[in-house]
Design a binder for this molecule. Sequence first.
Ligand code: ATP
Length: 230
Amino acid sequence: MLRTERLDAYYGLFQALFGLTFEVKPGETVALIGSNGAGKSTLLRSIVGSVRARPDGVLLDGRPVGGDPERKQLDRGIALVPEGRRLFPSLTVRENLQLAMRNGRKGPWTIERLMKEFPVMEAFQHRPATALSGGQQQLVALSRALVCNPGYLLCDEISLGLSPVAVNEVYELLGRARSDGLAVVLVEQNVKRALSESDRFYCIQKGRVVLEGSSEHADHAQVAQAYFGI
Ligand code: ATP
């Protein structure tokens, strides 16, 4: 289980997270919901070490892992799909995936499997990442994390700015990963989608959890209230 325990996070003197406790169990999908600036990305960044955390602020199977760099978290099976994708623009799709694989773990996800299950990726594998549409780039960004064979996949706004068709494609790929048993943490602006894709949700406001529960039984009015802070 991956857990944050009373986690605080700072950007210089500015405090972005206040004693945030959150967990995701193996095989579970958890959505983080909240308005812009609530602290969702900061939570993911604190888990992978790009924002500083105290060692016992992040626990993996009960062991303190907070503050370790992203590379080390990846070795442990925690992978981030960052907001904005951040692919290497001058490399081809295949090269982007090959580079990621070198840092990853062995497991069921290989470049060959991705190409087989998503023939569209095979078709553009030799194109530079920048030559792709936003939706195609997002598929590659998600694939880049998958070929590292993580146990926990942290997804930051993977549907942002994409067409409805592209959003569905991205969620289809994520669905395959989930059916393979991956645990997923989903930061998603579309609340309806976030709830329909997840088992549980946390609503975050100004760096604190203000509501949490089962996504299936979520009271949408209550979630909207928590989201807007009213
Ligand atoms: P969004 O959907 O806009 O990404 P979010 O819920 O992910 O929202 P965060 O990006 O985690 O929110 O931001 C939480 C708070 O931290 C905000 O007040 C934001 O302005 C601040 N913040 C985020 N990144 C930085 C940074 N690099 N330097 C300073 N402050 C930051």
